[in-house]
Each structure stands twice: as structure tokens, then as C-alpha cells.
Design a protein around this ligand. Structure first.
Ligand code: HEM
Length: 180
């Protein structure tokens, strides 16, 4: 399908989305690797990785339901599921940030083949989680502007990446619990 030309407003929105995404990325790097861990520790913090895994599971399920809805031609339902997936990802992010406020990164200690599998999953998960942020915003932006050809074009990339990141988020959690 022929994509309509992007308007000046679309281009401005793109710039804002890229700047916001870069700021999110820089903030997370600082939070996980550079921010000093506070002295006060609370027992409930230990449950947050589990909460994160639940939100990632919910996101993955809503994405699949949203995809099925649009393939069945139900646009309203598709919109609701995709907004639900975004809400679930936002709640994940709040829980993730809270956890990393109290805790730095977790070391994976297991050796052997499982270590290679784990790092393959972790590295692809991290790289695609960076890429997915502007993609999600842009896909929503074009949906709300009713730029359907752009929405469809971007959605074909955003959907599999977002799904992969959600599923591998759960896998990283399982690997850390099972093999560490
Ligand atoms: C980032 C979130 C979203 C993703 C990943 C997504 C994904 C998709 C996918 C995979 C398609 C099918 C593309 C194809 O036919 O190959 C699609 C189409 C569509 N989406 Fe979304 N969607 C998202 C958010 C939304 C939202 C919020 C709305 C409503 C405001 C929406 C409305 C639509 C509509 C109306 C179509 C059909 C367009 C057409 O066939 O003309 N989507 N979307």
C-alpha cells in the first residue's frame, strides 16, 4: 500500500518520540548501573521480579489477543487489547524501576550451555527493549492519527518485537530462578 507523506506535525512527533525514548534509555542505564543502592532495604522488594514477570506475561497475552482481534476484523477490540498491553507494560516499568531503585543488576552464576542460552536471551531482550520504546509510541501515534497505512507498516515490526521482549522478560526471570 502507498504510504501517505508524513506531515510536519508527524515529523515533530517523531523527534519528540525519539528524544523521550533516549531519555528513558539513559535513565534506566543510570538506575541499574550507576545509581547508588539505598541503605534501607524492604522485604517486599524481593517479590518485585515476580510481579514484573506477571506483567510481562499479561502484556504478551494481551498482544496476542489484540493481534487475533484485528485479524478477525474487530477494530474496537483490537484497540482495547493494545491499550491494555500498553498499560500492563507501563505497570511493569513502574515495578521494574522500583526494584532497581533498591537493587542493582543480578549476576547469572551458572556455567555451561545454559549460560550461553541465558546470555543470548538477555542480550537480544535488552537490545530489542531499547528499540521497542520508540516503535510502540510511533505505532500508537499513527493509530490515534488514523494514519492506517503507517500504522500497519510499523505494527508489523512493533508487534513481534514487543511480544519477543515480553516473553524473553519472563524467560530471564525463570532462568535466574531455576539455574542461579
Ligand atoms: C503499539 C500498539 C499496536 C500494535 C502493535 C498494533 C498492531 C496491529 C497490527 C499487527 C495490525 C494488522 C496489520 C496488518 O494488517 O498486517 C493492526 C491494524 C490495525 N490497528 Fe493496530 N496495533 C496497535 C495499536 C492500535 C491502536 C491503539 C488502535 C486504535 C486507535 C489500532 C487500530 C488498528 C486498526 C484500525 C487496524 C486496521 C487498519 C486497516 O486495516 O486499515 N491499533 N494493528
Amino acid at each position: 500500500m502507498e504510504n501517505p507523506k508524513l506531515t510536519n506535525q508527524d515529523k515533530k512527533a517523531q523527534i519528540v518520540i525519539f528524544i523521550v525514548s533516549l531519555l528513558v534509555f539513559a535513565f534506566l542505564i543510570w538506575l541499574i548501573y550507576f545509581k547508588p543502592v539505598p541503605e534501607a532495604q524492604y522485604s517486599w522488594v524481593a517479590y518485585l521480579p515476580f510481579v514484573n514477570a506477571i506483567f510481562n506475561t499479561i502484556t504478551a497475552m494481551l498482544l496476542i489477543l489484540g493481534y487475533k482481534a484485528i485479524k478477525d476484523g474487530d477494530k474496537k477490540l483490537h484497540k482495547s487489547f493494545m491499550l491494555g498491553a500498553a498499560l500492563s507494560s507501563a505497570l511493569f516499568l513502574i515495578s521494574y524501576i522500583t526494584y532497581h531503585h533498591f537493587q542493582g543488576d543480578t549476576k547469572f552464576l551458572a556455567q555451561g550451555t545454559v549460560r550461553y542460552v541465558y546470555f543470548f536471551i538477555l542480550i537480544t531482550h535488552v537490545l530489542l527493549s531499547i528499540v521497542q520504546v520508540p516503535l510502540i509510541f510511533l505505532t500508537f501515534y499513527h493509530a490515534f492519527r488514523a494514519n492506517w497505512s503507517w500504522h500497519k507498516k510499523l505494527a508489523k515490526i512493533t508487534f513481534p518485537i514487543w511480544l519477543y521482549v515480553s516473553v524473553t522478560g519472563v524467560l530471564v526471570f525463570i532462568f535466574l530462578r531455576m539455574f542461579n
